[in-house]
Design a protein around this ligand. Structure first.
Ligand SMILES: [Zn+2]
Length: 278
C-alpha cells in the first residue's frame, strides 16, 4: 500500500509559500539575548535566503534538483516504526535493509541537522573574530537554510506519505490538492514576525537529532487533524483552520529558534583548526 501512495505526484510548490520569510524573522526575534545581536537583527538576510532551497528545485539545474527534493520532507510511515537513525548514511543503510528508496522516504532530518551544525561552525568562527562582517554574513546565510528545512517539517503534510491526498480502502484518493491549501493558510493568518515571536519559550536541545525526531513525530501526529479539515482550508474565517495553522506557525518559529540557540551553544566547544586565518 505504501508503494502505491508513494506514486502520487511529488509536491512542486513551496511549503509555506511566502510564509517562510515571516516564520524566519519571527525565529530570530524570538531568540534570547545570549545569541549575538548581529544575528538576532539579521532578519533581512536570513528571510531572503530562506527561500533558496526551493529555488534549487529547478529543471535548469538537474543534478541539484535531483539531490534537493528529498531534503524537504520525511515520509515517516515508510520506516514502519523503525527508529530514525542519527546519521545520514546509517539512514541510507536502513533504507536498503527495508527495501526503501531513500529519496522516496526523504532526508529532511539530515538536512536540518547538518545545516544546524554548519551554522554552529560559523558561530565558532564568529567567536574567534567577532567583528568580521563576512563571518557574520555567513552565519545569517546558513541560518536561512536551517530555517527552510526546519519550517518545512513543521507542516504536517511534510512529515507523512499522505502529503497530498489520502488513499481510501476502496482505492479512491481524497484530499488531492490539500497541501497547497495548507501551505498558503499561513499567509491568510495575517500574523507578523513579532506576533509569532511573542511569548515564545526558546530552549536549546540536549540532543540535536532527538529534538528533530520529536518534531517530525509531532508534525506527523497532526495529519489526521489536517485531513479532518478537508474543504475548510481555503476558508480564512474558519476557527479550527485558524487555530491549527497558527499553532503550526508558532511551532515552526519555536523549533527554528531552538535550532539556532542549539547551534550557538554548541559553537562554544567547537575547536577550529590552527590553519584558519581570516
Ligand atoms: Zn521546502
Amino acid at each position: 500500500m505504501l508503494a502505491v501512495l508513494g506514486c502520487l505526484a511529488a509536491p512542486v510548490n513551496a511549503w509555506w509559500g511566502q510564509g517562510h520569510g515571516i516564520l524566519t524573522e519571527g525565529a530570530l526575534l524570538a531568540l534570547p539575548e545570549e545569541v549575538p545581536t548581529f544575528f538576532r537583527e539579521g532578519g533581512k538576510v536570513t528571510a531572503n535566503v530562506v527561500r533558496d532551497a526551493d529555488l534549487f528545485k529547478n529543471r535548469g539545474t538537474p543534478m541539484l534538483n535531483h539531490a534537493e527534493h528529498g531534503e524537504h520532507y520525511f515520509n515517516l510511515e515508510y520506516l514502519q516504526g523503525a527508529e530514525i537513525p542519527t546519521e545520514r548514511y546509517d539512514f541510507i543503510e536502513l533504507c536498503l535493509k527495508l527495501g526503501l528508496n531513500p529519496k522516496r522516504v526523504g532526508t529532511a532530518p539530515y538536512a536540518i541537522a547538518e545545516w544546524t551544525e554548519r551554522l554552529a561552525v560559523a558561530f565558532a568562527e564568529h567567536r574567534k573574530s567577532r567583528d568580521n562582517a563576512v563571518v557574520q554574513l555567513k552565519c545569517l546565510v546558513y541560518a536561512g537554510f536551517v530555517a527552510h528545512y526546519a519550517e518545512d517539517i513543521c507542516q504536517p503534510l511534510h512529515a507523512t506519505v499522505h502529503f497530498n491526498g489520502r488513499k481510501q480502502a476502496d482505492g479512491t484518493v481524497v484530499g488531492k490538492g490539500i497541501h497547497e491549501r495548507v501551505d498558503s493558510s499561513l499567509q491568510r493568518l495575517g500574523l507578523t514576525p513579532a506576533d509569532l515571536a511573542a511569548g515564545q519559550e526558546v530552549t536549546g536541545m540536549d540532543s540535536l537529532m532527538g529534538g528533530i525526531v520529536e518534531q517530525i513525530e509531532e508534525s506527523n501526529g497532526l495529519v489526521d487533524e489536517v485531513y479532518a479539515l478537508l474543504g475548510k482550508w481555503e476558508d480564512g474565517e474558519n476557527q479550527e483552520v485558524h487555530a491549527l495553522a497558527e499553532e503550526r506557525a508558532r511551532t515552526a518559529v519555536q523549533f527554528t529558534a531552538s535550532l539556532y540557540l542549539t547551534a550557538w551553544r554548541r559553537s562554544e566547544s567547537i575547536r577550529l583548526p590552527r590553519w584558519l586565518q581570516r
